[in-house]
Design a protein around this ligand. Sequence first.
Ligand code: MF3
Ligand code: CO
Length: 253
Amino acid sequence: MISIKTKSELEIMRKACKITAAARALAGEMVRPGITTREIDKAVHDFILSQGATPSFLHYQGYPASACISVNDTIIHGIPGGRVLKEGDIVSVDVGAYWGGFHGDCAATFACGEISPAAQKLIDVTRQSFFEGIQFARQGNRISDISRGVQSYVEANGFSVVRAFVGHGVGTHMHEEPEVPNYVDPRRGPGPRLFRNMTIAVEPMVNAGTCDCRILGDGWTTVTADGKLSAHYENTVLITDGEPEILTVTEGL
Ligand code: MF3
Ligand code: CO
């Protein structure tokens, strides 16, 4: 079942999403050569708690941290630890915060110091693909209209969209219906119709090479099959009968 949020529920979600977006921004500001991913995770964790919220990811299906920090060829679900970031890395940070009974979910990929033009292009195309998708995120359209918007922009720029993981509804649970794929597939059909006051996480995961991925032995870390770079961009989005509203909005991200 796809949940439709009430006006008062949306007020709570706005707040949860505001905390989530601020945690993402904080993490992004910390990305620099010499820092460990664990230090960034700790700052995210402490910030979320300081806001009276809880980190949505911590202990979710056994996940051991508050943020996912995915470097270079890691697509998603990188577990923070002792890895030291170095100049030229690209660093995807995914965070979720739970406040007042609702979740916010967002991610972005950050440059660590100077990065190659090719890496910067991947980050830029990934971010823009989100906006290319959500221009179709309005009442009456189908989920697949968003998917098509993302995929066609990514592929026109010579990159590939990950298929093994998808976006999702978000609300009282971090993962709700419907699935929000970043690709269209006749076997999937057009997906459900969008309705005002649905909230969805739209999250393109974009690879420089093949879309195929592999999960490491820790059961989480998801890397590109060919070892090439990957980027991620995600926001929690409210469907309206007009323009979509980005709930995890941050100045400049
Ligand atoms: N933003 C991710 C998602 O949408 C977060 C899940 S990571 C987990 O699925 F660690 F919490 F599982
Ligand atoms: Co998500």
